[in-house]
Design a protein around this ligand. Structure first.
Ligand code: HEM
Length: 410
């Protein structure tokens, strides 16, 4: 057993308590340098799941991400723990499909998510951000996660999906408790409640929206799902619901996560914030640096379809292969001084995935939303300060803060 294996056994890479303090960056650094494709033993909370391969370097993740024939999203699901969410539901979302079906379902949405089409939403998104910031009028402090990020991201994706504004908070609760299933604040009822309570509620609520769209088609993305034909066939009801879930969940959690972690980094690095205040044209670069340092998804997972080799290790058919973006985005072979938040970097990161078929559909929307959020928050509250300990979600999947208490003006 190598020194790294022993250390990992002690630290248990997936323990929620470890992630509650933020991603274990020191451990990932050891892995990148000593054993970049590492067999990680079982997770104590889910012993029945067995071990998995932890892939931690940017080059190896690039190889896995681009080779869907060897590394499948459909075979075993896309997160390391597969017992919370039935495989059948993951496979109903195109994130959990392999080509050719993946490509055909994704194509239904791609035209609407190009940078040009998304740019047309700039005015509407800025209005949502400004209205939310106006709501803080007269307040000395707030929680950036729940008072700013959550309402903005919910309304933006809500408007794409045709969700009525009064339902935003309900959908936010359902997404947070499903994706953050193990976190006692986001999901106080515990992981079992996801299948018992949240998923049935999602099906029930979404079922009503689907029935309305069948009667009265609209121009929102829920209607696209309801009326779509793939290979001459309409999607089944559970595929429509899960397609809806994928878009709402992805649109909700990730952008919120990046905005809050990025704002925290700017408050903790006032020299970097000063650069943006003096030259707002640097905001898009600050967005990229926030995506790099704090990728909203710590990992995605694949399953080997055949025996293969990666980074000198022999991977067997059926084994789980986990791409740790929280690690690859700090790979010292790509990024100089990777733990340093530097808005002047230009190297490409892997927060949206490492290329290939499953590369994020929402990159243009996320970048636009984040740019506007940063621009308007910095303009309105240039001296915002952290006034309490930010708390991190206890999850090895969603890498995000659950609270970020700030003083708005000194
Ligand atoms: C900061 C923001 C975001 C980050 C960091 C992010 C990250 C990612 C990553 C890493 C994947 C790859 C999954 C895999 O390899 O299996 C992905 C896929 C995806 N993302 Fe995003 N995402 C963000 C925002 C969004 C938004 C706003 C949407 C809008 C609806 C979205 C929709 C999707 C969808 C539908 C997929 C599945 C693509 C496929 O399987 O082909 N994402 N995202």
């Amino acid at each position: 057993m190598t020194a790294i294996d022993t250390k990992l056994e002690d630290q248990l890479l997936l323990e929620r308590e470890i992630w509650a303090k933020g991603p274990p960056h020191a451990l990932f650094k050891d892995l990148r340098q000593g054993c970049p494709v590492h067999w990680t033993r079982e997770i104590s909370e889910f012993p029945e799941e067995g071990g998995f391969w932890s892939v931690t370097s940017a080059d190896d993740i690039h190889k896995v991400s681009r080779d869907w024939r060897t590394f499948s999203s459909e075979l075993g699901g896309v997160t390391v723990i597969s017992t919370i969410f039935p495989l059948e539901l993951t496979r109903a979302m195109f994130i959990g499909m392999d080509p050719p079906k993946h490509d055909r379902v994704k194509a239904l949405f791609q035209a609407g998510f190009t940078p040009k089409r998304i740019a047309a939403h700039e005015h509407a998104i800025r209005e949502i951000v400004l209205k939310t910031l106006d709501g803080l009028e007269g307040r000395a402090s707030c929680d950036l996660v729940n008072d700013v990020a959550q309402p903005v991201v919910s309304r933006v994706i809500g408007s794409f999906m045709g969700i009525p504004e009064e339902d935003d908070a309900t959908w936010a609760r359902l997404m947070n408790s499903t994706l953050g299933a193990g976190d006692p604040d986001l999901n106080p009822a515990g992981v079992e409640s996801v299948m018992e309570k949240e998923i049935p509620e999602i099906f029930e609520r979404c079922g009503r929206m689907i029935a309305q769209r069948r009667e009265h088609p609209t121009d929102d993305l829920t209607s696209v799902l309801v009326h779509a034909e793939v290979d001459g066939q309409k999607l089944e009801e559970h595929e429509i619901v899960m397609g809806f879930f994928l878009l709402v969940a992805a649109g909700n959690d990730s952008t919120k996560a990046t905005y809050c972690s990025g704002m925290r980094a700017l408050m903790e690095n006032p020299d970097q914030r000063q650069l943006l205040l003096e030259d707002p044209s640097l905001v898009p670069a600050a967005v990229e640096e926030s995506l790099r340092m704090f990728p909203a998804f710590a990992h995605f997972r694949r399953t080997a379809t055949k025996d293969t080799e990666l980074g000198g290790r022999q991977i067997k058919e059926g084994e789980r292969v986990v791409m740790w973006y929280v690690s690859s985005n700090r790979d010292e072979s790509r990024f100089e001084d990777p733990d340093c938040f530097d808005v002047r970097r230009t190297t490409e990161h892997q927060a949206f995935g490492a290329g290939g078929r499953h590369f994020c559909l929402g990159t243009a929307l996320a970048r636009l939303e984040l740019r506007i959020l940063f621009e308007e928050t910095l303009k309105r509250f240039p001296k915002m300060e952290i006034i309490g300990e930010p708390l991190t979600v206890e999850s090895a999947f969603i890498n995000q803060l659950k609270t970020l208490p700030v003083r708005l003006t000194p």
